[in-house]
Design a protein around this ligand. Structure first.
Ligand SMILES: Cc1cc2nc3c(=O)[nH]c(=O)nc-3n(C[C@H](O)[C@H](O)[C@H](O)COP(=O)(O)O)c2cc1C
Length: 154
């Protein structure tokens, strides 16, 4: 088994045909399954949902990142999955979160809309580093309100 620490950053379009409370519930279910599975797989990261898009950072052992991302990329609840970064990292950035959710507040929504605007809603024009940095800043700000789960060991 490959234990080398890697992270993967991607961006995708929502394909859940619902809005309001039904959409929130669907995203909540994705988050709950992610937290449970990621804890078992030794993965950490953050998920953002906003402006009809998902953005996610997954970090952990290479084989766990690959296996989980393969499942995620086949998920029909989103599409046009664009990988912005997939590389070895020395340390985890989300070591305390099996999957932080950072799309919840209006402030987050406004910040994400800014990013979306500045990239022309073109995932390929967003840098993986920039998206990673935004998700990390939002996760740290949201820390008290975010469901934290014991960190997986790198
Ligand atoms: C945007 C998005 C992000 C997801 N993130 C994760 C994740 O981090 N970890 C995970 O196990 N599943 C994630 N999923 C869900 C997987 O695609 C898949 O449905 C799930 O892993 C199956 O788990 P189950 O067999 O426990 O139901 C995500 C799905 C979507 C649409």
């Amino acid at each position: 088994m490959t234990r080398d620490l890697h992270h993967l950053v991607y961006y995708s379009r929502n394909r859940i045909a619902a809005d309001g409370a039904t959409l929130c519930e669907a995203v909540r279910r994705i988050l709950a399954a992610s937290q449970e599975n990621n804890r078992k797989a030794g993965l950490t990261g953050a998920l953002m949902f906003n402006s009809g898009c998902f953005a996610q950072v997954l970090e952990g052992p290479l084989d766990a990142v690959e296996e989980t991302f393969e499942r995620i990329s086949r998920d029909e609840r989103h599409g046009e999955v664009s990988v912005l970064a997939f590389e070895p990292v020395a340390l985890r950035s989300f070591g305390t979160w099996s999957m932080a959710f950072v799309g919840g507040s209006l402030e987050d929504a406004e910040r994400f809309a800014d990013v979306a605007r500045s990239s022309g809603f073109e995932p390929a024009r967003l840098s993986g580093d920039r998206l990673h940095e935004i998700l990390r800043d939002l996760a740290i700000e949201a820390e008290p309100a975010t469901a934290r789960t014991p960190s997986a060991v790198a």
